[in-house]
Ligand binder design. Structure first.
Ligand code: ZN
Ligand code: ZN
Ligand code: ZN
Length: 306
């Protein structure tokens, strides 16, 4: 389902969506896997096997006490640890070299040098910003570098970087290799889907059907009329890794249709099937479509599938 979204262009990049409490989420994936807690593992597995490529998007700070991502940063006084810290800019009067905080230069709308009483008008010519200066409202000490800490806006727990849960957040794209392989299937599946839908079939790609044993089986395409399994067509696509498709996908398809008993089963083999595979397909009543050119599959499909 996810590959289909990538290949149809519905999704080009899988970017996380910010959620104040949960941190980041992937709503598209949540819809596919159902359980929001299973999303990270699902994406990790697809990245591990090389289907998805991931890159670092952000990092989330979670409260170690309640697990919420609703956290803020506090900049604290290094002496008394209070976050009641006033931040101001340092200004240097270029001509006389006097440096002080901006409020000491401020006189209404104007900036006046407290030492030489000249007016400062042109930034970077008359004066320049010489950094940041902080004054603690609690202990009155001043400093230039505050100490950061975190505050949980959900449970009000204050914590440091040391205790913070700090996690990577990724953006995902389809890896070029997986894209090539999947688009081959997509090139075939999409016209088949449109053709069958035009004939009034309900088409799922991929589709899941329950067998007599109670097990669910996955097919590349299922197409049904009136939700009756006896009227259902199932299709699997097998692409050869060497020069021909072995009998293995025929056996796999047979095992599934033995349990499901669909009206009709079809195997598309790209570019062709082995002799043994062809023999077994005949034996198991599986319609075999061989095609070198995946875009030609539609023509063969119309000719061969009743
Ligand atoms: Zn908390
Ligand atoms: Zn202080
Ligand atoms: Zn001055």
């Amino acid at each position: 389902m996810l590959l289909g979204k990538f290949l149809s262009g519905e999704v080009s990049k899988l970017e996380p969506v910010y959620d104040a409490d949960a941190g980041y989420r992937y709503p598209i994936i949540e819809k596919i896997v159902g359980d929001p807690k299973a999303v990270d593992e699902f994406l990790k597995q697809l990245a591990d096997v090389g289907v998805l490529k991931r890159e670092l998007y952000d990092r989330t700070i979670f409260c170690p006490d309640c697990g919420s991502a609703k956290t803020s940063i506090h900049y604290n006084c290094p002496y008394c640890k209070s976050f009641d810290v006033e931040k101001s800019s340092l200004i240097e009067h270029v001509q006389c070299g006097y440096i002080d905080t901006e409020q000491h230069f401020r006189s209404g709308e104007q900036l006046i040098c407290p030492r030489c009483h000249k007016e400062l008008t042109k930034p970077d010519v008359d004066y320049r910003k010489a950094g940041i200066w902080c004054v603690c409202n609690s202990c009155s000490k001043s400093f230039d570098i505050p100490v950061p800490s975190h505050f949980c806006r959900k449970c009000q727990f204050a914590f440091t970087f040391e205790d913070a849960l700090y996690e990577d957040v990724y953006r995902y794209t389809l890896s070029p290799e997986a894209g090539r392989e999947a688009s081959l299937g997509w090139i075939m599946v999409n016209p088949i889907r449109q053709f069958l839908e035009g004939k009034g079939y309900k088409v799922e790609t991929p589709g899941v059907l329950k067998g007599k044993s109670g097990a669910s089986h996955l097919f590349d395409v299922t197409a049904s009329l009136k939700d009756d399994v006896k009227e259902t067509l199932v299709i699997d696509i097998a692409t050869a890794t060497e020069d021909e498709v072995t009998e293995q996908p025929v056996i796999a398809l047979f095992a599934k249709i033995y349990d499901v008993s669909p009206g009709c089963a079809c195997l598309i083999a790209v570019p062709k099937i082995s002799e043994n595979g062809e023999r077994m397909a005949k034996l198991y009543n599986i319609i075999l479509l061989e095609t070198k050119d995946p875009s030609e599959v539609m023509k063969r499909f119309k000719d061969s599938v009743p």
